[in-house]
Ligand binder design. Structure first.
Ligand SMILES: CC(C)(COP(=O)(O)OP(=O)(O)OC[C@H]1O[C@@H](n2cnc3c(N)ncnc32)[C@H](O)[C@@H]1OP(=O)(O)O)[C@@H](O)C(=O)NCCC(=O)NCCS
Length: 240
């Protein structure tokens, strides 16, 4: 169904007001069952936004998806939490990543079988020193503490966001020590263009690692991509 498009990361951003809470007919049967299990409205709404973003993304990135009813597409999660896509109950090859924050959700998709991706949306805000000391490597903490305002909040949020993206691309999430991945930021100038970030360590991963970031208003959106081989594949981002 999907034509292979190597190394293009399709991504989208949606806000909660784009979703009608009264019409959930676009959820699949499995998704509706899961929707009923949420105890907290905030978590349920975030989950819903993630599904909406992912389905919108797939429909826009791949015209063939438009022939499929939205309730025939399921966005489910592995036991690890990592999301995946079923269409008519069949798994779609590719990697989906989802992030949500403060009434917004982003989804990204890559169909290149050699790549795993992770994305993270982070509100730019000051992080307590104790948080930085606990979760950042010595070099990252040093870089953040050496950065003066107004860039310090951005530096801390950006480092944290790239870590989360890398941990999602590894499909472990926060089960791995966040100091097992290390990043170095060379510029804190905000821009709505994607720019690269250097990753100096990525847990036990030995293949290629790519990371990039951009601003979305007061947020940063980061994306990490990992490959199973040493081949360097620059990422191409396409917003849909
Ligand atoms: C993955 C994780 C880093 C995301 O944290 P976050 O910043 O709070 O949330 P985000 O909105 O950016 O991302 C949430 C999405 O990440 C994705 N995700 C969750 N676990 C994932 C994993 N192991 N690998 C890749 N993606 C994952 C899911 O799609 C989730 O959205 P959904 O549940 O609506 O499908 C974190 O939730 C985590 O590590 N979870 C697994 C371990 C865990 O549960 N630990 C308990 C807390 S320490």
């Amino acid at each position: 169904m999907i034509k292979e498009k190597q190394s293009i990361v399709y991504w989208t951003v949606v806000s909660f007001d784009q979703i009608s809470a009264d019409d959930l007919s676009w959820l699949s049967k499995q998704e509706k069952q899961h929707y009923e299990t949420f105890r907290f409205t905030k978590r349920r709404d975030e989950w819903l936004m993630g599904r909406w973003a992912a389905k919108k993304l797939l429909g826009s990135a791949y015209p063939s998806f438009n022939a499929v009813r939205m309730d025939e597409i399921s966005i489910l999660n592995e036991p690890s939490g990592s999301p995946y896509v079923l269409v008519y109950g069949i798994r779609v090859p590719g990697v989906l990543s989802i992030t949500h924050r403060e009434g917004m959700a982003c989804a990204a998709w890559v169909s290149d079988a050699a790549i795993k991706i992770g994305i993270d949306l982070e509100f730019v805000e000051t992080k307590p020193d104790i948080f930085i000391n606990d979760y950042f490597t010595a070099e990252e903490s040093q870089q953040v503490f050496a950065t003066t305002e107004p860039h310090r909040a951005l530096a801390a949020s950006l480092v944290w966001s790239v870590k989360e993206s890398l941990l999602k691309a590894l499909q472990t999430g926060l089960r791995v020590d966040t100091r097992e991945v290390a990043v170095s930021i060379s510029s804190f100038e905000t821009s709505e263009q994607w720019r690269s970030i250097r990753v100096s360590r990525c847990a036990k991963h030995t293949g290629f690692v790519n990371a990039a970031w951009r601003s979305i208003g007061d947020f940063v959106l980061t994306c990490a991509a990992l490959g199973e081989c040493a081949l360097d594949r620059p990422l191409l981002f396409q917003q849909v």
